[in-house]
Design a protein around this ligand. Structure first.
Ligand code: CP
Length: 303
């Protein structure tokens, strides 16, 4: 099933049936990976444009394209592209769209993905636009929750840390809002609370949520979604230092609990390494799920 849009910019574009179709396709892609891949995208080229640092998103997109028989061209760092000389995002997309069949871009500015998509002659995927959205991460998060918890309706999820600048929690909120009776527990210092663009969405859609600064409120949820404080979004380094490790999850805090622990990664201390050995530590499996989910998206957008 092709997706009902050409460009994937935001999880707000998704209907429940489109999200479910991506989950189904991702499960099929696990079987394709198990047999070493196939050639369904042979002759197609992905342009991976990463103007902000990335390990997981970039490499899993590239892996996904390779597993489906396609090829990848890439660019990284604004200082090494003609944007540094003043070329606009729009002109860059017009040019890259002459070379590639599909574009994935990460950029430091919120809203850059909308600008890029409006100019791109080929399908465009937002791979993270500053503090805006990270829709493909949200899709792999959704896939992980379904695999780990066996359900999406009725999920109780606690989101912990930098809810203000963390684009993954914004995108995942809009996506989980498509499912029934999901409850959000939002845990952050008062300086990093969830922005109104998300809390207004909860209210509009009658989605229940509670806000607190106490991580204990999240330990018995189905999912504990930890996040990194986004150093790159702070203008005051002292403020970052003060807030960066307000929450540190340890194995001791999870003793006797089955809470699925997720994190988009990278972590920088907010999950102690002694959590890694717990069966409910799902964050490395979550990162792995980026490959089948991005394979599904590439196939559906190019299909
Ligand atoms: N989760 C995520 O976006 O990781 P990267 O920044 O390494 O791509």
């Amino acid at each position: 099933m092709p997706l009902p849009f050409k460009h994937f910019i935001s999880t707000k574009q998704l209907t429940r049936s489109a999200a479910d179709a991506i989950l189904t396709k991702a499960a099929e892609m696990e079987k394709v990976i198990a047999k070493g891949g196939d050639d369904r995208l042979k002759g197609k080229i992905l342009a991976a444009l990463f103007y902000e640092p990335s390990t997981r998103t970039r490499l899993s997109f590239e892996t996904a394209m390779c597993r489906l028989g396609g090829d990848v061209i890439s660019a990284e760092g604004i200082q090494f592209s003609s944007m540094y000389k003043g070329e606009t995002i729009e002109d860059t997309m017009m040019i890259v769209g002459q070379y590639a069949d599909i574009i994935a871009m990460r950029h430091p500015e919120a809203g850059s993905a909308d600008r890029a998509a409006s100019a791109s002659p080929v399908p465009f995927i937002n791979a993270g636009d500053g503090p805006g959205q990270h829709p493909t991460q949200a899709m792999l998060d959704l896939y992980t929750i379904k695999k780990e918890c066996g359900k999406l309706d009725g999920i109780k999820i606690a989101m912990v840390g930098d809810l203000r600048y963390g684009r993954t929690v914004h995108s995942l909120s809009f996506l989980l809002g498509l499912y029934d009776k999901v409850h959000f527990t939002l845990i952050s210092p008062k300086e990093l609370t969830m922005p109104p663009k998300v809390t207004d969405f909860y209210k509009e859609h009658k989605i229940t949520f509670t806000e607190t600064d106490d991580i204990a409120a999240g330990l018995d949820c189905d999912v504990l979604y930890m996040t990194r404080v986004q150093q790159e979004r702070f203008t005051d380094p002292a403020e970052y230092e003060r807030l960066k490790l307000k929450y540190i999850l340890t194995a001791d805090m999870l003793k006797g609990r089955k809470t699925t622990v997720m994190h988009p990664l990278p972590r920088v201390g907010e999950i102690a390494t002694d959590v890694d050995a717990l069966p409910n530590a799902a964050y490395f499996r979550q990162a792995r799920n980026g490959v089948p989910v991005r394979m599904a998206l590439l196939d559906m957008l190019l299909g």
